[in-house]
Design a binder for this molecule. Structure first.
Ligand SMILES: Cc1cc2nc3c(=O)[nH]c(=O)nc-3n(C[C@H](O)[C@H](O)[C@H](O)COP(=O)(O)OP(=O)(O)OC[C@H]3O[C@@H](n4cnc5c(N)ncnc54)[C@H](O)[C@@H]3O)c2cc1C
Length: 419
């Protein structure tokens, strides 16, 4: 059955289809048939399956639904929750979110005007060369899922994809943890940091571990942090602190596993070591109240990865397409960008393999530069001299911030956000 199958349904079937399509389910809510209608056995297979309802998956689903395409989005979490992320939204991310109908200011996003770099006892500051903001992922993901539902995406939440395979008739079939299957000719893989069996990315040789913790800072420190995003360097990694909505601050840090091993794999020991190595962080956290019982964490982040190939009908987006070093604060922007490009490519009938190769070459230069800069941050000599150099020439920070942004246009002409 072709892409336009639903247009041939009778009025009664359309009503049945609409009821099913706009049904908003949770893990405990499984009473609807998923791949076939029980009316006259007419298939209600969607045109596109989107696996993963984070930034990239939601953005792609919204854009597809607004073009009148039938989309099922499968997200394993029943409700948005905290994710390990610095929660910095770059200028490009803000533009893409605006086009999707997400008004971050109304969600309480904090405008970010400055970036500060601190290493050892030195710190330097520069204005950001683009508008930026910060917003918790919980708030952002909640808004994105709500927008997807409003756009007419059939959202299946609290349901985890266990396997994605091709059937004999070249249809992508997602098998869920409860054994249910969903089928479509096209699938968008947007499971972020989590790989699906059979579609894995290479292992992370540096074995990065990332943490996020919220703090309520002492009043004087909160006032000093104000509208700045601060990047702190220490042996084995780097961390960032910035204000988010609700008068609190997000501290997010990454460290190679071997450095974590040196402190007995205990995050609290590493936090103490970070403060010892970076007095600027110790100053920020003096008198701060931690707001989570313990930090949330994620392991094995394949920084620098860019997907080379894909299979027919499988468009890989977000972290499944490319993983930029976190210090750039550009992963969300890339997730939105890759979603937009993939939707435009699919609508223009560009095969997935052609899209993926084109996306790779469009991202390559920025990814290499970001990797090069990340190596510099992890070099002890560079760490020692960097803030000093930046004081002398703060413009370099603006240039680096600009160069490590992904600014290319869509691989094929971007579509309007709404049809
Ligand atoms: C330490 C750190 C700091 C960062 N800081 C920033 C920052 O400040 N600014 C920035 O722009 N980027 C930042 N990033 C990067 C950013 O978080 C990611 O690039 C971005 O979230 C990628 O979006 P995505 O849609 O690919 O994945 P996600 O947003 O992670 O979404 C993936 C979704 O798929 C779902 N999922 C996974 N597996 C399954 C399954 N089997 N079945 C169904 N659903 C599934 C997940 O529950 C999740 O909701 C940071 C990353 C790290 C690690």
């Amino acid at each position: 059955m072709g892409f336009k199958q639903h247009h041939h349904l009778t009025a009664a079937l359309i009503m049945q289809y609409a009821l099913e399509r706009y049904h908003f389910s949770t893990g405990s809510d499984k009473e609807f048939p998923v791949t076939t209608s029980n009316l006259n056995q007419i298939p209600v297979q969607d045109e596109v399956l989107v696996l993963g309802g984070g930034v990239a998956g939601c953005a792609a689903s919204i854009a597809l639904a607004r073009k009148g395409r039938s989309v099922t989005l499968i997200e394993r979490e029943p409700t948005p929750r905290h994710k390990v992320c610095g929660e910095f939204l770059s200028g490009e991310a803000l533009e893409d979110l605006q086009a999707l109908g997400i008004d971050v200011a109304s969600l309480g996003a904090v405008p970010i005007h400055h970036v500060r770099l601190a290493a050892g006892r030195r710190a330097a500051e520069a204005p950001l060369p683009f508008p930026a903001a910060s917003l918790t992922r919980k708030a952002l993901d909640t808004a994105l899922i709500a927008e997807a539902v409003a756009a007419g995406v059939r959202v299946e939440r609290g349901r985890s994809v266990q396997a994605l395979s091709r059937t004999a008739s070249n249809v992508w079939q997602a098998t869920l943890d409860d054994g249910a299957t969903f089928e479509a000719r096209t699938a968008f893989l947007a499971t972020g940091k989590h790989d699906l069996r059979g579609h894995t990315r290479p292992k992370d040789p540096q074995r990065w571990v990332a943490f996020k913790m919220y703090f309520r800072l002492a009043a004087a420190q909160a006032a000093e942090l104000a509208h700045a995003s601060e990047l702190m360097l220490y042996p084995g990694g780097y961390g960032g602190i910035q204000p988010v909505e609700g008068g609190i601050a997000n501290l997010c840090w990454v460290v190679q596993q071997r450095y974590l091993a040196r402190v007995g794999y205990r995050w609290e020991n590493f936090l103490a070591k970070m403060q010892q190595d970076c007095p600027h962080l110790a100053m920020r956290l003096a008198g701060a109240e931690p707001l989570l019982d313990k930090p949330i964490s994620v392991t094995h982040i394949p920084y620098g990865y860019i997907r080379r190939t894909t299979e027919d009908g499988l468009y890989c987006i977000g972290d499944q397409a490319a993983v930029i070093p976190s210090f750039t604060g550009d992963g969300i922007s890339i997730a939105l960008h890759t979603a937009r490009c993939a939707v435009a490519a699919w609508l223009a009938a560009e095969p997935a393999a052609v899209f993926q190769v084109g996306l790779r070459s469009a991202l390559l230069a920025q990814m290499h530069l970001a990797e090069f800069a990340a190596d510099g941050l992890n070099n002890s000599l560079a760490r020692a001299v960097l803030p000093f150099c930046l004081r002398v020439w703060p413009g370099v920070m603006r240039v680096t911030a600009k160069l490590t942004r992904i600014t290319q246009q869509a691989v094929v002409a971007p579509q309007a956000a709404a049809s």
